[in-house]
Design a protein around this ligand. Structure first.
Ligand SMILES: *Cc1c(COP(=O)(O)O)cnc(C)c1O
Length: 363
């Protein structure tokens, strides 16, 4: 008996949709999902293990539903005068975004983003029965304040999601654009800062815009710069009323005691956890420089990956790289591929492979 899910009595709005499915092929050089390819330092692993063991002893009880210690640690990490009441967390920022759409989107409501952007936004919208509205970007994937404000005023979305820097293009986003989108909107404005730690030092975070803007939410994650993708910890900073709203939709005890303990312990070592960021930025810039020399069009990136254009046949290049043990991402932008910055050695394997492949399209 072969049944497809579409044969089941599934919701009409989910029939025929495809799940998130970045390949998890075991290759020597995986540069396809923007992970931090540096492992967690051993001393930090030992300290995290101690905390997890302690939490495990008490795991016959439900965990702290309000994860107070973790929220305090997250507030301390972000600074800017934030306190635990401004913070919220879940199992990855994907769950944070899902909770935001559960509370502020939903049937009859819309969420708007500027495409190409993070492929999970439309899927999270679909899962919460929120209508996804896609707006365009300007040249080189940049969004200006005027454009953002005009689009938001015209489409009146209930939720605006701004990805800063943007995945899959790497494009940084000025906080003037965020402020303009907020002024133009009467709904929730989410700024997804998953890659904020890879921006140049001194770049202002949307967190600086929070005072006086109770509809603004800044989403962050420990998955990328913090090298903690496997633990699943995303969080947000916002007005305390936002956390009150999300308590209505989160599952009880959604953050396990082990996750809370691991995250609190890792945050005690944030300097060590973030020590690889500079090297990753160096490798990103190295990729950008070399691909430019090879004749590709490289888009400005404030993240840990590079989107490059001029690829004659992205799927063929994807397969040729995979044959050489390198996994990159075909993000569906015509003639483009995305590659995450790896360790120096991984980056060398990728760049050497690129040199052997067919030349790019003429600029
Ligand atoms: C990787 C990524 C995330 C992180 O997701 P987690 O669920 O926290 O692992 C969030 N937003 C964007 C744009 C990303 O690229």
């Amino acid at each position: 008996m072969v049944t497809s899910f579409s044969d089941l009595p599934i919701r009409d709005d989910l029939r025929g949709k495809s799940p998130y499915g970045a390949p998890q092929a075991p290759v020597p050089v995986a540069l396809n999902v923007n992970e931090n390819t540096h492992p967690i330092p051993d001393e930090v692993v030992q300290d995290i293990l101690g905390s997890v063991a302690k939490a495990l002893k008490g795991a016959n009880r439900y965990p702290d539903r309000e994860f107070g210690e973790l929220r305090e640690a997250l507030a301390r990490y972000l600074g800017h005068g934030l306190s635990a009441s401004n913070m919220w967390a879940a199992n990855g920022s994907n769950e944070v975004l899902q909770q935001i759409l559960q509370a502020f989107g939903g049937p009859g409501r819309t969420a708007l983003g500027f495409s190409p952007t993070y492929s999970m936004y439309p899927l999270l919208a679909a899962g919460t029965a929120t209508e996804w509205v896609s707006a365009d970007r300007g040249p080189d994937f940049v969004i200006t304040a005027d454009h953002a404000a005009r689009v938001v005023r015209e489409r009146r979305p209930d939720v605006v999601i701004l990805c800063a820097p943007n995945n899959p293009t790497g494009t940084p986003l000025g906080i003037d654009v965020i402020a303009a989108a907020y002024e133009a909107s009467s709904g929730i404005v989410v700024v997804d800062e998953a890659y904020a730690e890879f921006m140049p030092d001194g770049s202002p975070s949307a967190v600086t815009l929070l005072p006086g803007r109770e509809r603004l939410i800044v989403s962050r994650t420990m998955s990328k710069a913090f090298a903690f993708a496997g633990v699943r910890l995303g969080y947000l900073a916002a007005d305390p009323a936002v956390a009150d709203a999300l308590r209505l939709v989160r599952l009880p005890y959604h953050l396990s005691a082990l996750t809370q303990a691991a995250a609190v312990a890792a945050l005690r070592h944030s300097d060590r956890m973030l020590a690889t960021v500079r090297d990753i930025v160096r490798q990103r810039d190295r990729i950008a420089a070399r691909l430019t020399e090879l004749g590709y069009t490289v888009h400005d990136s404030g993240s840990n990956f590079v989107l490059f254009g001029g690829v004659q046949d992205p799927h063929a290049t994807f397969l040729a790289l995979k044959e050489r043990g390198v996994l990159v991402r075909d993000v569906g932008v015509p003639h483009h591929l995305r590659v995450s910055a790896g360790t120096a050695d991984e980056t060398t394997v990728f760049l050497d492979a690129m040199e052997q492949l067919p030349v790019p399209l003429p600029r």
